[in-house]
Design a protein around this ligand. Sequence first.
Ligand code: NAD
Ligand code: UFG
Length: 339
Amino acid sequence: MKILITGGVGYIGSHTCIELMTMGHEAVVFDNLSNSNIAVLDRMRSIVGCAPIFVQGDIRDASALERLFKSHKFDAVIHFAGLKAVGESTKQPIQYWDHNVVGSLRLCEAMNAAGVRTLVFSSSATVYGAPKTVPFREDFPLAATSPYGNTKLTVEGLLRDLAATHDVSWKIAILRYFNPVGAHPSGLIGENPNGLPNNLMPIISQVAVGRLEKLNVFGNDYPTRDGTGVRDFIHVVDLAKGHLAALNALSDMQDDEKIMTVNLGTGRGYSVLEITRMFESVSGCVIPLAISPRRPGDIAESYADPSLAYQKLGWKAELDLERMCRDSWRWQSMNPNGL
Ligand code: NAD
Ligand code: UFG
């Protein structure tokens, strides 16, 4: 199949391109490089033997999208492009609505005009807000606790509306990711945040290589095993494979189903201290840490019920916490200053 991957130079998109090309699909990447580095394309070539076709552009640019869809006949689109930092979204809500909501709307318009109506969308566990129980199931009530979360909820709503139209037939998979970590086992690509990282794993690995002084643990008084936050960390390669499984499931989808929404997680939670200890053990580095106040907006515990993904996609995560830490460390130690 010929697949358009928006945001395909980024962290999850680049790992997904590798899986797609390895399975013989043709990949065309559309990315404005606002949070990624073009050097990733050469790294992909070293891993797979070929690189995707790259088109630099912005998903908010309707004429660029029109040209893109005129130049290529796509079978499906995987839509990663957007902004993703929860804290930043509270300071720049307009940018988040512009890139994530307006950009997604423009993309859907261009797809519709070109008659390409098979779409896999990157959503997030953040759409569950702060549920009272774990594991999180897809039928839990939805709530946003940040502008970022609102943009994901809004795009999910747009996609449900598209799927409900009768005159044309969309096939849509909404994938709600839990906490992606890890890197390609080659160590050639991985998470490459611009500026100071916000997420736990890049912070731990930057402390390990000496770029950051210490890890601030945001709260040790949560009602969890050791008092620190618990998350469902998922290896980015498993996550990438989930997108291939979603494309296959959309190909087999009955005409009347039109949309599916599934969690992509492992179904297991680890605490901030547990993942830090695992990282120390595989890297041989000591991670100095300090207990800090809770981070506003954080919840105590988040992990997926991944059974619907297995049922609908035949997919389940396979790589364990040790592999996640080992692969993150290989990437960080081979590229101490990123790309
Ligand atoms: P990333 O920032 O590494 O990748 C996003 C890519 O999109 C970047 O290459 C960036 O340059 C590009 N981009 C941003 N705005 C664009 C625009 N307007 N037009 C074209 N390109 C644009 O992020 P990621 O971690 O790979 O996340 C991919 C998707 O998954 C995002 O939609 C994110 O919200 C979602 N998601 C990520 C996480 C996570 O923790 N990484 C968790 C849940 C959901
Ligand atoms: N944490 C620390 N110190 C840090 C950074 C994080 O203790 O310096 C803790 C947090 O308090 C939390 C855990 O590590 O308990 C994970 O935090 P992250 O920032 O790595 O991830 P979040 O669970 O807050 O959110 C991530 C993405 C969101 C996405 C969500 C669910 O950032 O975009 O996973 O997929 F929505």
